[in-house]
Design a protein around this ligand. Structure first.
Ligand SMILES: Cc1ncc(COP(=O)(O)O)c(C=O)c1O
Length: 367
């Protein structure tokens, strides 16, 4: 069986360094918000070409806390509208609604599967105050277009970069091309921890100071609560392990891009549409997502041939049971994607032989 992603093997590459780090951690006796979190924040901010970073408990909290901070700064109010792509993981939308804001969906572009930037402007109303862009599957959104619209309408721009650690074009990079960005270190991410974890990056010092308090019960000083805060801190052990992995992230991303190019060159079956992407590193292939009108049959067939795949995602947020008020909305491209998308294995450890086998099986698929 070719696994979708062999996390055990991926992390085994760092086995020795992890064990040494954990021994140091045990010896230190310091468990929460210590030197590992502080160092990782600096290193990750530097990696993203951002000034600051704030480690938090997970990617959902990273987005949610950003909205909470902007509300406390008076830049957002309860009930304000936030534009969000209709094709995204549910967490993007949860972060908006949990902060008392209103998600307003913008349909996807069929080729990029990201937000359709040409549809952003028509979704703007007097209540629109922010855009949450999502660099879905690891592909940078066209931020120059988004920023031009945001300037014109005076909107905050927040990146959901949970799938895009290290994605960069010649002009901008995930984590430093908006007012602030949120990342997840869920174990399957291109930079994954061994538990939950997340981080916020920004150049805005005031925002970052506020977020550091918000993640820690609203306290800047111990036992002095300045705000009604949260308990959402990046774990010290996870920060230590992420520090070991970060220097290898660009190499892993390059491996993924090379595999993506091989897939796109090799897959010639007309029943399967390969993704559209720039080859400049602005897509770090968290997922390599093909489309097919016969997606479910294709997935069954691949599994019968010992190839694991995953559907990201079978139900778009506006059709989820959790959001009955949005169920009647219609976003044709996002809905089509939910029917057609299939993510192929694209682990940096996938061998060329394994990939050749996957390509051959795909090319033999018949309806
Ligand atoms: C696009 C997107 N946003 C947000 C999240 C939430 O991150 P987490 O799982 O760390 O809460 C994820 C991943 O799970 C994601 O893929």
């Amino acid at each position: 069986m070719i696994p979708f992603l062999d996390l055990k093997a991926l992390n085994a590459r760092y086995d020795k360094a992890f064990k040494e780090k954990f021994a140091d951690f045990l010896a230190s006796g310091w468990y929460i918000l210590g030197k590992e979190v502080a160092s990782f924040e600096q290193e990750f901010a530097h990696f993203c070409q951002a000034k600051y970073a704030v480690g938090v408990a997970n990617g959902l909290d990273a987005i949610r806390l950003l909205f909470e901070a902007y509300k406390m700064q008076g830049k957002l109010q309860v009930g304000d509208e936030v534009l969000v792509p209709a094709n995204t993981y549910i967490a993007s939308v949860l972060a908006i609604s949990q902060a008392g804001l209103k998600p307003v969906f913008v349909d996807a572009n069929l080729a990029t599967m990201n937000i359709d930037v040409s549809a952003i402007e028509v979704a703007i109303t007097p209540k629109t105050k922010a855009i949450l862009v999502v660099h879905l599957y690891g592909q940078l959104v066209a931020m120059d277009t988004v920023q031009a619209i945001a300037q014109q309408y005076n909107l905050l721009v927040i990146e959901d970069a949970a799938q895009a650690h290290g994605a960069k074009s010649n002009d901008y990079q995930a984590g430093s091309c908006a007012d602030a960005a949120a990342f997840s270190f869920y174990p399957t991410k291109n930079l994954g921890a061994l538990a939950d974890g997340g981080i916020i990056t920004s150049n805005d010092k005031g925002l970052v100071t506020l977020l550091k308090a918000l993640r820690n019960y609203g306290q800047e000083e111990k036992y002095i609560a300045k705000y009604q805060g949260f308990n959402s801190r990046l774990d010290e052990v996870q920060a230590a392990l992420l520090r070991i992995k970060l220097p290898y992230l660009n190499a892993d991303n390059a491996k993924r891009l090379a595999l993506a190019k091989r897939y796109s060159k090799g897959i010639t079956n007309t029943l399967i549409t390969t993704p559209t992407f720039a080859t400049d590193g602005s897509h770090i292939f968290h997922q390599y997502v093909v489309r097919s009108k016969h997606r479910d049959a294709l997935q069954d067939y691949l599994l019968k041939n010992d190839i694991q795949t995953i559907v990201h995602y079978p139900v778009p947020p506006h059709k989820q049971i959790a959001y009955p008020t949005y169920n009647a909305l219609h976003f044709p491209v996002a809905e089509q994607l939910a029917q057609e998308v299939l993510s192929l294995p694209i682990s940096p450890l996938l061998t060329e032989e394994e990939q050749n086998y996957i390509i051959a099986v795909l090319n033999n698929f018949k309806n």
